[in-house]
Design a protein around this ligand. Structure first.
Ligand code: C2E
Ligand code: MG
Ligand code: MG
Length: 707
């Protein structure tokens, strides 16, 4: 066997079709010696049959054969799968050029001329065989590449700027859902299915490639079909010769929709709680960090709130996990309903939630949010038709004051949570360091108010209201004081607003009403003639549904005649929820209770209000009385208010009388009653009793006479 003989394990198979037995023998001998396996047939149709059956690597056909000539066989083989890529060699006559041309026309790979040069034959066939198998490998590799591209949803392309044509592999067309399967087309036509903005962006980037910045990577979205957004990743690189010659770019398109979806899913899994859909701890810390960064940038605060749901474990244990899960989802929804869009509600674990609050102007903002959160948690939950009551506990830490990093801030909020847990359900506590001085003193004041209510530190002082016409003391105004064991007597100016903000004004107001009614009754029983008592009501008390009932109860329990009770309200109440306020006032009026407008002139003084509300009395604010009689402006206003009230059938009381000149002026203007230090400062009940006993019935007149 020659050196370049084919190795036996490869041993390619050659099918020889020749009607000449001698020729068949020589072919066999020669080719077998060269390492081929050889099969021979004697006619054309046998050649076709055997090719189908044995799938030879090379076929040699004699042109002139019985039944079917070589050309017919060649044509038949080319149109069958077995002939695809198969090297077919035709044995033609020596100088038969027509026959050679014909051989190629019918699909022959090569020809050998007869008479055959047997020494050269084996080289010729080996060459044909190798070329054939290379072609086969190339085809297989192309097919594999195409398949790989198909699997990867990746297509490649080449674009030339001169003609603006883009040459694409078939996968590109599939990616763009285009009917064409391969070839070259104008760039604009290919990009037709791309979203206009992305398309423009990509085209610009493509044209801006330079040898200095030769690559681009982008994602473009296809115009959605059936709400199905497809995302195509584009990678491209300027062709190396582009710099000096033609400007061309090679690149790939890859449909990465599924990958992006999977990534999104993975992100969801890694960052969100699957039960409630809320961010989990890791995303929470991320968001909290962002909030802290923003706080530093904008000079504001960020808060971390840790929320623990009281009694959740009991419910979970007694109703089972399924219901527990539903409850957690409902809790999540409720918590989310009270925060702003920029804030983050997260579930840390079990029944522990947290909130990252951004852009806080003051720590109080976190406290207000806490109250809203506690309030939504305390509303009953419906569990299979049964009402379940839960409650929350909140710990608050304020950044960057308490901590500059999210994890630390969260742990401080958690410490505060432990403190509030110790204080009981429905409580929120700050991390101690989170309070600046103003806030700390406000918190202290709030504690004072709370403790005053629980420890009975409140007391009522009474200031007489005197008839200007000389008929003496006709009423008293009950004024609240807080007697602090260490700080002494505290004025309502400092604690009423706190009591209102915390809602504590409601129980405090009830106490004031009951105490004032009882006191008025006590004076009456001590032999005084009946005396009217005025009680100040806060707008917050009107927001409580049962204000009317509270007043009725105070009257009933004390036995005080309703006509001896007067309620004082300020103008500010009249601007919100007027319908409810009017309703309550009419109910009180129907009971016989008097209604006075306090501090007239300081708020939204409006004539319209005076007519729409059933006032019995207008109390002219001290700020106007201070100016009379000397300041002509004040004098004119006071005079006008008195005249107007008279016309509307309302009595007038002047507040803050300190000088006899003021009293004189009011008497001349026809004011009904007066109240002020000139007669008496507000004093304790027993001192007022003495005052009443000592004062002659005509206090006002006696004072006037003294002038
Ligand atoms: P107000 O209802 O206008 O009460 C009159 C205020 O003027 C009282 O202040 C009283 O001490 C003060 N005053 C009376 N005469 C004079 C005077 O001649 N000169 C000066 N300079 N002041 C005089 P007070 O007791 O500090 O109360 C302040 C405000 O606190 C009250 O204003 C009222 O709005 C509120 N307040 C007091 N007690 C209660 C209460 O029980 N409930 C509610 N909601 N508010 C109350
Ligand atoms: Mg008052
Ligand atoms: Mg007043």
């Amino acid at each position: 066997m020659a050196d370049d003989a084919i190795k036996p394990e490869e041993s390619p198979l050659v099918l020889v079709a020749d009607d000449d037995e001698m020729q068949r023998f020589l072919f066999t001998e020669t080719l077998e010696a060269a390492g081929f396996r050889v099969e021979v047939v004697a006619d054309g149709s046998a050649a076709v049959e055997r090719t189908e059956a044995i799938r030879p690597d090379v076929v040699i056909l004699d042109v002139v054969m019985p039944v079917m000539d070589g050309f017919a066989v060649c044509r038949a083989l080319r149109s069958s799968p077995a002939g695809d890529g198969l090297p077919i060699v035709m044995a033609t006559g020596q100088d038969d050029l027509d026959s050679i041309a014909h051989a190629y026309d019918t699909g022959a790979t090569d020809f050998i001329a007869k008479p055959i040069n047997w020494t050269l034959l084996r080289h010729r066939i080996r060459y044909v065989y190798r070329a054939g198998s290379t072609l086969k490998q190339l085809k297989a590799s192309e097919a594999r590449l195409e398949e790989a591209q198909h699997i990867a949803r990746l297509g490649s392309w080449e674009w030339t700027a001169d003609d603006d044509l883009i040459k694409c592999t078939s996968e590109v067309f599939r990616i763009f859902s285009m009917t064409a399967s391969s070839g070259e087309l104008p760039l604009s036509q290919l990009l037709e299915p791309v979203q206009p903005y992305d398309r423009q962006d990509f085209e610009d980037a493509l044209r801006e490639l330079t040898p200095e910045r030769p690559t681009l990577a982008r994602e473009v979205r296809l115009k959605s079909v059936n709400a199905d957004d497809r995302i195509i990743a584009v990678h491209a690189c300027l062709d190396e010769q582009s710099a000096n010659e033609r400007f061309s770019v090679k690149g790939t398109f890859q449909d990465v929709t599924e990958r992006r979806l999977a990534e999104a899913k993975l992100y969801q899994l890694a960052h969100y709680d699957s039960l409630t859909g809320l961010p989990n701890r890791s995303l929470f810390l991320d968001r909290l960090n962002q909030a802290l960064q923003r706080a530093r940038r904008e000079g504001v605060d960020a808060a971390a709130l840790c929320i623990d749901v009281y009694r959740f474990k009991d419910v979970n244990d007694s109703f089972g996990h399924q219901i527990g899960d539903r409850l957690l989802q409902e809790i999540a929804t409720r918590l989310q309903s009270v925060v702003r869009g920029a804030d983050t509600v997260a579930r840390l674990n079990g029944d522990e939630f947290a909130i990252a609050q951004t852009g806080l102007m003051q720590p109080e903002g976190a406290e207000r949010l806490s109250h809203r959160l506690l309030s939504v948690l305390s509303k009953p939950f419906d569990v299979d038709g049964q009402e379940v009551f839960l409650e929350g506990c909140i710990g608050i830490a304020i950044g960057p004051h308490d901590a500059g990093a999210a994890a630390q801030l969260l742990s401080k909020a958690d410490m505060a949570l432990h403190r509030s847990k110790a204080d009981g359900a429905g409580v929120c506590c700050f991390f101690e360091g989170g309070m600046d001085d103003a806030f700390r003193s406000r918190k202290a004041a709030e504690n004072d108010v709370r403790q005053a209510l629980n420890s009975g530190w409140f007391e009522l002082h009474y200031q007489p209201q005197v008839a200007v016409d000389g008929s003496g003391v006709v009423g008293v105004e009950a004024l609240l004081r807080l007697r602090h064991p260490e700080k002494g007597l505290i004025s309502p100016e400092t604690f009423i607003s706190i009591a209102e903000e915390t809602g504590l004004i409601v129980p405090i107001g009830t106490w004031v009403l009951r105490t004032a009614c009882q006191q008025a009754m006590a004076w009456q029983q001590n032999g005084r003639r009946p005396i009217r008592v005025a009680v100040n009501l806060s707008p917050v008390q009107f927001q409580e549904r049962n204000l009317t009932e509270t007043i009725i109860l105070a009257l009933e329990d004390s036995g005080l005649d309703p006509t001896l009770l007067e309620v004082e309200i300020t103008e500010n109440i009249l601007i919100r929820d007027t319908a409810t306020v009017i309703d309550v006032l009419h109910k009180l009026k129907a009971l016989g209770v008097h209604i006075a407008m306090d501090d007239f002139g300081t708020g939204y003084s409006s004539l319209g209000y005076l007519q729409r509300f059933p006032f019995d009395r207008i109390k002219i604010d001290r700020s106007f009385i201070m100016g009379v009689p000397d300041d002509p402006g004040s004098a004119a206003i006071v005079g006008a208010v008195i005249a107007l009230s008279k016309r509307l059938g309302m009595a007038t009381t002047a507040e803050g009388i300190e000088k006899i000149e003021q009293l004189q002026f009011l008497k001349n203007e026809g004011c009904d009653e007066a109240q002020g230090y000139y007669f008496s400062r507000p004093c304790q009940a027993k001192d007022l009793q003495d005052y009443l006993n000592n004062a002659s019935t005509d206090v006002a007149t006696s004072h006037l006479h003294a002038v």
